[in-house]
Structures are given as C-alpha cells and as structure tokens.
Ligand binder design. Sequence first.
Ligand code: ASP
Length: 350
Amino acid sequence: MNRREFVKTSVTGLSAVGSLKAAESRALPVVISSANGLKATQKAMEIIRRGEDTLDAVVAGVNLVEEDPNDRSVGYGGLPNELGVVQLDASVMHGPTRGAGSVAALEGIKTPSRVAKLVMERTDHVLLVGEGAQKFALAMGFRNEDLLTDEAREIWLKWKSQLNPDDDWINPEDRVSGSLADEGRVNLKKVLKYHGTINCNAVNEKGDISGVTTTSGLSFKIPGRVGDSPIIGAGLYVDDDVGACGSTGRGEAHLKACASFMVVEFMRQGLSPEEAGLRVLKRISENTVEPYLKDEAGRPNFHLLFYVINKKGEFAGVSMYSGRQYAVHDGKVNRLCDAAYLYEAKDALE
Ligand code: ASP
C-alpha cells in the first residue's frame, strides 16, 4: 500500500482507522512545534529537563520566535493588517491546573504569549482583546513598542500598490456562485497573502501537558480580524488527561470546526495523534463547500496543519497537503519531520 492509499484508507472509516498504529512512540518528555519552531522546541526541552513547568517551557520557546524580526508570521516583524498596524493573537493552556488565557488583536507588545499567560494567572477571565488587552499588558509592565519592521512595511506597501481585488471583502452572491473562483481571485490571494503562526506543545516525564499558539495572523487582514490562534478549542486545546493539539493555516477553517478541540476529543476516544488529526482534516475538507475555497478537484485550496501529542508522548504533525514539516524534540534529538497528510499537494497550492 503506498502512502496515498494508506492515508486514504485511514480516514475513510473507523475500523480502518482503528487498525492503524500510532504515529510514532517515544519516551517522555516530548516537545512539538510548527516548522518555524526548531529553536523553540530546543529551548522548551532544556527548561523541561531542568524540572520546570511545561507552560513556562513552551512560552519561553515561542518567545524566541516572537522576538525574532525575521519571522514575519509572529510577534515583532509580523506582517501588519490592511492599515499597516501589527495586531497579534495568542493563547496558552496549562494542563495540570486546567488553566487557559488568551489575547486577540493586541497591538504594541512583542510577546503576546506572555500576556496570554498573565491573563490566565492574574485574572478571572480567559480572553482579552484590543485596547483592553494592551492596557492589561502595560499594567503588567510590558513596553508599548513599534512592531512594524522596515522589511514588513515594505511588504505591506507592495501589497497596497497591488491592492484590488486581493482584499477580504466579498459579495454574498459571489461567495456561493463560484464567480470569485472564476475571477482567479484565489490565485491572487495565494501570491499576495501570507499565513503563519507558531504553536508549541509539551508533555513532561510526569505526563503534565501544556501548549501555546501565537501569531500575527493573516497578513493585511481587515483590522480586528481574529483568527483561530487565540480561540481556545480552535487554535489550541490541551486536556491533561489526553493530550494537546495546536493548529496553523487558514484560521477561518479551524474556527468553524473547533478543530484543535476535536483532535483532542478523537484522541480521548482512542485514536492516535496522526489518526485524530487526519480525521479532523477530512471533516473540514467535507465541510468546505464555498466554490472560491475549492480547487478544480473540489478539495480545499488552503493549507491546514495540526501539531499533536498525547499523554504517552506519541506525536504527529498532520497536514491537509503533502510537503509540510513540523519540529519535534523527543528528548534525544531536535529535528524537523515530514507531516502526515490527507492529500498529495498540487502545484496550485505550492
Ligand atoms: N492560523 C493563523 C490565522 O488564521 C494563521 C496561520 O497559522 O497561518 O490567524
């Protein structure tokens, strides 16, 4: 059975899924991340090895990427919204205390993951947004800084100079008629719009699990647009009895599916990380009915990825399309691995 048939079989029915083996099994601890997080998994593993908390570990890991001006998908240096303002989203979940915190559309603070963690630790709330989130961060001692680097500003100016029709406004009729796809709008979006995020999840020797997701979201988004990353259950879900999942890719798809929550719930029912991730991708694919979001073969024309671990330390990166990677530190080696996938990638998506 080749890889394609294997994947196809694995997502067509419960009995087939049930007969598959777990993705990879390793001794604890394990740290998994999106492919831009190789230094995050390394850092988080060092902290876990010192016996420190799993959430402290993954947040310290992603801080390296948030503060890196060269990562255009996260924190400082992230691409701005359509007005040229960087707006950041982040969430954290701490398994042992069943805690959650998040921030959305936060401006001026380089490390939204740390603010999300403080929302969890210092308030009775889960989600703070916009100006309120920024005021909270300033009260906690964060500095308000200009997050737009010269490079990100240049990319934004280039996008502005080629603006129409690559914006996010649509006519209700075009959404269902297929005319948006006919216009080639999807291809324009592919060239000019960027997604990107870092998710990082860890399980330590005791089986304690935590996760964090942080992003500048969809580039050139409508101001105030919030993706899946700060939404508990969409961009991140941790259940200390079961495992953790975080997501990257088209946030709107993860949001409509409560995607990370569903992956963890499938693991609770006995599926491995890989099986659970593929099952949810298949569900999302089936529920993608808008013509402008489908390719000629009727498949989603966007990327989605999950980064999944369970309490035993089994892990998987799972992608809608082939050719994607994820980072993992299994306690011995820190490396990039190929993600499992639902469909072979076609040129149109690459
Ligand atoms: N999921 C993020 C968002 O939609 C972006 C991404 O991961 O590519 O905001």
